[in-house]
Structure formats: structure tokens, C-alpha cells
Design a protein around this ligand. Sequence first.
Ligand SMILES: *Cc1c(COP(=O)(O)O)cnc(C)c1O
Length: 386
Amino acid sequence: MSERIPFCLPDITEREIAEVVDTLRSGWLTTGPKTKRFEQEFAAYARAPHAVALNSCTAALHMALAAIGLEEGDEVITTPYTFVASAETIVYHKAKPVFVDVDPHTLCLDPAKLEAAITPRTRAIVPVDIAGHPAPLDEIVAIARAHGLKVVEDAAHATETWYKDRKVGSIADATAFSFYATKNLSTGEGGMLTCLDEELAARARIISLHGMSKDAWKRYDKGGSWFYEIVETGYKYNLTDVASSLGLVQLARIEDMRRRRLRLKDLLFRELGAEPDLFTLPATGEGHQHAWHLFQLRLNLEALSIDRARFIEEMAAREVAASVHFIPVHLHPWYRRTYGYTGGEYPVAEAEYAREISLPFFSSMTDDQALRVAEVCLEIGRSFRR
Ligand SMILES: *Cc1c(COP(=O)(O)O)cnc(C)c1O
């Protein structure tokens, strides 16, 4: 019996460890010089004019929506096929998340259904680059411009994604990245907000740190002053230098890690492509650079005698972990209770969710592990062929 294959493992080398130790010895643990450098290097990588390091992507989404001035009673359009952070950060502002169903191929927000959801209260659109496949940004930005809306992109999966010839981070008014433990670039917990507009970035920076009129860490710098003013009600969302040391090294390694993911993706496509009647393989993002954060396999349920839950149990019995991305947001109890959803409102998201399995997929995964994952899926699929 081969060793159990986990769903995800971090990709941490001696370089990250050395950089963290360097920070620990530096006398500066929280937001300081390494976070500044991480912001600068990430902005250059994302081709973004401004970047604000924050302690999560959730914080970045929250601050982006604060910076555009979202208010109680406003509406923001997003997709139900996402992690709850895309919607809950709208709710933080007492605004209403309005869902628009997804394209069944890419699982990203379907731009053909977007305009019908716009009302006089709509202020922004929050597209999600699901699994690292870019949302249809040209269409979304064009519709947003035509209606005077802001675009706040949830790029939690899309650190390495390019949309056509433009880097994600340089397209939407604001773009939120995640450096959570399972994400392609990880700082354990962490995030980044990139903005096109300097004033938007400045507002987000101020609100993310108590509404203070200047960066607190500068107060303790040589020549820094003790004086600050609270100009807004703010939050405590700054990223630490310990986390940023991980981020600097992960960013330096990102192309190597991306190449690993591409190799693993190619192996899974080659192997699983042998049974096209059993499995639908993920959209590959032709013409874009897909970040391959997740490998979202979809079961062709009509060809199988078991459902998705049973398929995952069969995988577990063969020592292969799996996950599901995502339970559509509107189906969660709080969203049903608060907005009256009963299920059936977003049929594409619901149908694709019912047949989705995220396979183990991470840059420190070996070729043999990827081949074993494919072998297990083929074995289960073939033995439960209807
Ligand atoms: C992980 C994730 C987030 C939240 O990221 P955190 O850094 O954990 O706050 C937001 N949106 C999506 C789609 C995610 O997968």
C-alpha cells in the first residue's frame, strides 16, 4: 500500500526558513522593512501601480470595498461559486451580495447574465478567478464602466494568472490576493491588495491600520514622529515582517512552483483523458496564463453508478484525500435564512458543485503522487461505470 496522499502540503524550503530566521534576529517582527519590500516586489510582479500587504485576502476584499466607499443598502454582484469570503466582505459593509450564475465550462461569473442583475443600488462587481482561471475581465470591466461600477477582483487563486497579455492585479480597480496556507504563494496567513488608483490604495492602507493618518511603523523609524491622527474608523489588518519574509522567498520561487503545477496538470490531463465519458477535465484557460491553484475534476454522474460523496469515500479508502470547491454560497444556512434562498436559484453553480472533486494538487507533489491520484480516479470510475 502506498503512503496516503494529502490534499495539500505547503512548499517550504530552507530559503524560506533562513529568511524567517533572519527576520527573527533582526529585532523587527511586525510590519516593517520586509513588508515594504514584499509590497514593492509583489507590485512589480503583478504589474500593479500600488500594493498594500494585509493579513488575509478577506481583509483585502474588506478594505477594497471600504476604500470604494461601499455603504449600507448598496448591492455588489459576485458569483455563488466561490469561498464565502467573496460574499461576506460585502455583508461586512451591510451591503447585499447579489449572485450571478457561472459559466459551466470555466466556473467563472457568466458575463451574459451580469447586466440583468444590475440595479440602481449596484456599486461594484466582485469576479472570482476560480482555480486560477481568469474571470472574463474584458466583458466585466466593460459592463462596469458602462454602469459606473467598480471592479474588485477576488484573485485568491490567481497570483500567477494573466488575462490575455495583462497580469491579474493590473486590470480591476482593486485586486485581492491570498497567501493562506493552501494557496500557491503562502505566508501561512496573508494577503495583498493591488490598486490602479493611488488614492484608493492610500485609503485602504489607512483604514487597514486603525484609520491612522500615517504608517505606524514609520513612527518608530529614525526621524519618525510620535504624532498621528485617527482620521477614520479602521481595522488591524497589517501583515507582519515574519509573514513577509516567507512571501519574499515564495515570490522569488513562484516561477519554479508554477512549472511544477503545470507538469502535474499535464500528467493528470494525460492520464484522466483516457476516460472522457467518466470525467470532465477543467477549462485550461486558452489564451491566458492559468495559475492552476486547484485541479477541479468533474464527474460525469450519468456515466457512474455512485455520487460525488461516495467517489470521495472510495478515494479515501485508497489513501487519497480530496476536497470540494465550492459549496455555492447561497446554499449555506446563513445565506438561506438572511436572503430567503431555497436552492435552485443558480442552477449552473449547483449542478457543477454536485459533481466537482478537487484532487490533491500542490507544487511539492511528486510525479508519482499525481500518477497515483489519476490511477485511483480511473480505478474507481471504471469499477462504478453504470
Ligand atoms: C482562500 C480564499 C479567500 C480568502 O483568503 P484568506 O487569505 O484566507 O482570507 C477568498 N476568496 C477565495 C475564492 C478563496 O479561495
